[in-house]
Design a protein around this ligand. Sequence first.
Ligand code: ZN
Length: 162
Amino acid sequence: MRFIVLHAPAGEDACCLRLFCPALREADVLEVEDVGDTVLIAARTVAAKASCPECGLPSARVHSRYRRTVWDLATCGRPVKVELEVRRFFCGEPSCDREIFAEQVDGLTQRHARRSNALRALLTSIAIALAGRAGARMAGLVGAPVSRSTLLRILRALPDPR
Ligand SMILES: [Zn+2]
């Protein structure tokens, strides 16, 4: 089943998707598709500028666009896959080492991460409480299916407690 989200009649702020996926407030939702056991959301970033992660200078000079996939928290028990069109920007600071950088969406994307911040936080909590096999079972029940080795990798990546 495929349907287009209509912003116009309800107004963009009233779009229920923004309630379910708050991180998408900063993006333009193009389409929502029901693909059986997953909800697929196509979106693109709309902010006029992005800040260079190296020097912090905002830039509006777009270099290119590309698609990335980010998994977000499940909605009504179904995993949410966001196909997000993001941009690379030129950094305008001559002394900056970074000539080109990719924009990030607050709460949704992080460099190289394939899961949203909220989903990562959920899986981290499950990994700490239940670790491997039991954790993987619990994650599957809450619509965030991962393998037990992924949960163990999340645990190993945590900083050591003081
Ligand atoms: Zn820079």
